[in-house]
Write a protein of this length. Structure first.
Length: 281
């Protein structure tokens, strides 16, 4: 009699599973994340709401004002040497204080102008820090040359006004009628004349920087600017008449000539930029 096998007691047999086609195949590579073209064009862009932008602007303006006040306070300590320095072009002229407290207000005004000049680099830094995140890569490349050129031209404008415009204007004003009246000048009006002439000339010297930026951005053409030279001469004469605190023709002629020459320099810079741009691309 044959032995019967009980299926419940027989050892279990493990049958290996055959792998199905493609079950153990390597997973397909994931596609690379899409490139944000906007982030590549605006590398420093930060998403902020309008309220956040206004709050940041308020903070930067407040810090700039504090820098100007600090510079003015520092210059107020040395205001008397500054006033004596500003009196140098008018050698031989007696200055009078025509009202009580006039020199006090003059001191505050001189300290304010000097403090603003000292604080200009920091004010410029705050302004650039606010607008840089919204500039493209191409526009960012223009910031460095523009800031450097603006600084050099601002100093050149101050020097031109100090060594050319102010002495020429004072010589004309003193010599005219010197045999009839004795020149006794108000210290406030004299310093207003000198400070306004210095500031106006320094601002007028920023013209080539403005032309260079407009030309680099493709908003203006050198040939168009050169073709409008007649209007430029007329506009320079009007600017010289408006920016000059005095009414003497010598100062207006010098400032008009300087503005016209600066405009032609700007035309040359724009022409140079437009000539180099196709080779760079």
């Amino acid at each position: 009699m044959s032995e019967s096998t009980d299926p419940t007691t027989s050892p279990a047999t493990i049958v290996p599973l055959e792998p199905t086609n493609g079950a153990l195949a390597a997973a397909p590579p994931q596609p690379p994340p899409p490139v944000n073209a906007n982030a590549a064009e605006f590398p420093g862009e930060v998403e902020m709401s309008l309220v956040d932008h206004l709050e940041e602007l308020r903070r930067r303006v407040l810090r700039s004002l504090l820098a100007v006040v600090a510079g003015a306070g520092l210059c107020l300590v040395f205001v008397k040497p500054l006033v004596r320095l500003l009196e140098v072009p008018a050698a031989g002229i007696r200055f009078l204080q025509l009202a009580p407290g006039e020199f006090l207000f003059v001191s505050l005004k001189v300290a304010g102008y000097a403090g603003l000049t000292l604080a200009l680099p920091y004010v410029l830094f705050e302004g650039l820090a606010f607008v840089l995140p919204g500039l493209t890569r191409r526009e960012r490349r223009l910031v460095g040359p523009a800031v450097a050129g603006s600084t050099v031209l601002f100093a050149a404008g101050l020097a031109f006004a100090w060594w050319a415009l102010v002495p020429a204007a004072l010589r004309f004003l003193v010599s005219y009628g010197a045999d009839v009246v004795e020149p006794l000048w108000s210290i406030e009006r004299y310093l207003d004349f000198v400070l306004l002439l210095l500031l106006a000339t320094a601002l007028a010297f920023q013209l080539p920087v403005l032309q260079l930026l407009l030309g680099a951005l493709g908003l203006i053409n050198a040939k168009v600017m050169l073709a409008a030279w007649r209007w430029v001469v007329l506009a320079s004469a009007l600017a010289g008449a408006v920016l000059t605190p005095s009414t003497d023709p010598i100062t207006m002629l010098l400032l008009t000539s300087a503005i016209t020459a600066l405009y032609l320099v700007g035309v040359g810079l724009v022409s140079l930029v437009q000539g180099v741009k196709p080779q760079a691309t």
